[in-house]
Design a protein around this ligand. Structure first.
Ligand code: NAD
Length: 363
């Protein structure tokens, strides 16, 4: 019997509420697939500060490293706002990403047909279908390059250096090409090669790695054009690969096309083959404890886990289809619609878990 070992970091605010629902789905999908599931929990963020005095205890790092994959809720909240920067909940989040060597951030943006009215884009634009994946380099580039202050003409000046090595570009390129192979074999690399030397190197490495993936259709686009094309005609994209800073901006832009923050999953992949999966939203302290948070972003993050870490596309597809089927009849308050039943966080989890189990069992 296949077995999977999952480490759950519920975190703060709505984190524990939404991860509990994803765990329900995980249990039912594993049961229907004949998979033995080993679940372990660890503290991160404010919850860890309260218990252990620091946002990222060693025990948490060890448990994450020992697991096949990690599911994270969200961290942070007003309770810890006064804590000094290096000991705040967010430091736990950045710390765990660094400790697990997560260099590739995957952010899908999909418009679920029942939710097309939630998109801020016109219906004629999204009705062509939007289902893209941004692969962002996460540990290099300008956010990690040399930075500092200097003097120019006797005035204070500051700089940040965008620096990429060939191995850094190669590994993110391979991740993106692998994703393209698993999807519709179309990859767009986004850079600013008309101006930046680092982008020219980026483009030449992408073209070299492309030779190892002859089935993938590769295109290049300048980042300014890409930001326009994403709102003009998002259907033209499938997999996008780009640097840390461009990916930071474009993944937020593309995510918003789907219209609801409670629907957006993400994955960060690293060396070990494992990965960290989390919704893109925060801990939503304004609605925590009320049973009204939307758990679908976390449940869809679990779907990504089946696809990209466990390499079980049938289970991934079943989870995504279950979400779509349930959305046709039920909504959490953030995406409520006339004529459809509004349900609580835990009811939404039950419905998707039941539907996903049924879909897996039917395969
Ligand atoms: P947020 O994403 O928590 O909330 C923004 C708005 O969206 C709120 O009105 C919230 O109620 C709503 N919302 C978010 N997720 C929802 C869901 N699943 N269902 C329904 N509504 C949802 O962002 P914020 O308010 O800027 O930040 C709150 C805290 O979360 C801060 O402490 C911040 O630092 C932290 N944060 C953590 C992460 C993370 O853990 N990855 C990411 C962003 C923010």
């Amino acid at each position: 019997m296949k077995s999977l070992h999952l480490c759950v970091l519920p975190g703060d605010g709505i984190g524990p509420e939404v991860t509990a629902e994803a765990v329900k789905v995980m249990e039912r999908v594993c049961k229907a697939s004949g998979i033995e599931l080993r679940l372990e929990y660890a503290l991160l963020g404010g919850a860890a500060i309260d218990e252990e005095g620091i946002p990222l205890p060693m025990k948490t790092i060890e448990r994450c490293r020992a697991a096949d994959a990690v599911l994270l809720g969200a961290v942070g909240g007003p309770k810890w706002d006064a804590v000094e920067a290096h000991n705040r909940p967010e430091a736990g989040l950045l710390g765990i990403r660094a400790k697990l060597g997560l260099y590739a951030n995957l952010r899908p943006a999909k418009v679920f047909p029942p939710l097309k009215n939630a998109s801020p884009l016109r219906e004629d634009i999204v009705s062509k279908g939007v289902d893209l994946l941004v692969v962002r380099e996460l540990t290099g580039g300008i956010y990690f390059g040399e930075k500092g202050h200097t003097e120019v003409d006797g005035q204070d000046a500051a700089y940040d250096v965008e620096l990429y090595s060939v191995p850094e570009i190669e590994r993110i390129a391979k991740t993106a090409f692998d994703m393209a192979m698993a999807r519709s074999k179309k990859l767009t690399s986004i850079d600013k090669a008309n101006v930046l030397e680092s982008s020219r190197l980026w483009r030449s490495v992408i073209n070299r790695i492309a030779q190892q993936y002859p089935e993938v259709e590769v295109g290049h686009m300048y980042v300014d054009n890409a930001s326009m094309q994403l709102v003009r005609n998002p259907s033209q994209f499938d997999v996008i690969v780009t640097s840390n800073i461009f990916g930071d901006i474009l993944s937020d832009e593309s995510a918003m096309i789907s219209g609801s923050i409670g629907m957006l999953p993400s994955a960060s992949l690293g060396y070990s083959g494992g990965g960290l999966y989390e919704p893109i939203h925060g801990s939503a302290p304004d609605i925590a404890g009320q049973g009204i948070a939307n758990p679908l972003a976390t449940i869809l993050s679990l779907g990504m886990m089946f696809r990209y870490t466990f390499r079980m596309p049938e289970q991934a597809a079943a989870i995504e289809q279950a979400v779509e089927n349930v959305l046709a009849k039920y909504r959490t308050p953030d995406i409520a619609a006339e004529g459809l039943e509004t349900v609580s966080t835990s009811r939404m989890g039950d419905l998707v878990a039941q539907e996903a189990e049924k879909l897996v069992a039917a395969k």
